[in-house]
Design a protein around this ligand. Sequence first.
Ligand code: NCD
Ligand code: ZN
Length: 346
Amino acid sequence: MTQTLTLICPDDWHLHLRDHDMLRAVLPYTAAHFARAIIMPNLVPPVVRSADAAAYRDRILAALPEGSQFTPLMTLYLTEDTDPDDVAAAHASGLIKAVKLYPAGATTNSASGVSNFDKVAPVLERMAEIGLPLCTHGEVTNPEVDIFDREAVFIERVLDPIRTRHAGLKVVMEHITTADAADYVRSAGSGLGATITTHHLVINRNHILAGGIKPHYYCLPVAKREEHRLVLRAAATSGDARFFLGTDSAPHTDANKLLPCGCAGCFTAPNTLSILAEVFEQEHALDKLEAFTSRNGPAFYGLPANDTTITLIRTPVHYPDHIETPEGPVTVFDPLMPLNWTVEAT
Ligand code: NCD
Ligand code: ZN
């Protein structure tokens, strides 16, 4: 039986770090295991202009533990007023690695997102020219569309038309939750990739709704039926270069989760890699873990893989059930199974 696993140091291609006290509390968990992460721009107010991204990057760097080599890969939040020249300048300087599309109202802090896609056509055109990827929160927000169908409808009504209109635009379908999305990614030519979260490989919608409501398993896009989870596991463990890790670790205080109208998001940063190793081992695909966590993402973004490694050791994992933050406790995602792959401290 394999006892140690050494991987090229992983990257997280979709991460929420928040700001200020919460940033300082959660960043060390990601920085301990990951070399780089694509940082989501859904702060309040959002990270809209290049100057906002530069200032946010500096706050992240200032919050890093002493000696950490972690690199935040910044993004801009696409609005109907986004200036193509500002985006192009931020890309040319190396400040940003992607632009994030939130359909208005789709998720936490997405009120400034896009409603009229004609208005963002000039920005998307420029991004296609300069090779800057668009990361999409792939859900429509129309009240008449059932929440479990919103990803599939997004593909048909929004994503496919955008990709047809802006040929050559690189797109990441983020945190995919359905067989429809996995199939769409597989059927598309080059230039379309997808991130898959850790939690969507573990939970289905029963975990949220059966036997009492479980707010800590509520995230967006919401987990779907078991058959979709199985397709996601197959995609993640296949080695297919179009699928890569984006944890979508999204910390909210317990006070904000456990409300009559609680926040969406699972906080997985502390135990993500241990859970993934467990999932890949269950699928007899430990040899594909490095592709998912460390090779496919950089290849899609046109970046080199990291030149450092991490090692996981087969020994029971100890992780806290919650972390303390100045804003209150934040519950760590519970995968409901023992974890046996501990990341070796460096
Ligand atoms: C994210 C958050 O809390 O910022 N929540 C979530 O459920 N994933 C936003 C997002 O990525 O949808
Ligand atoms: Zn997210």
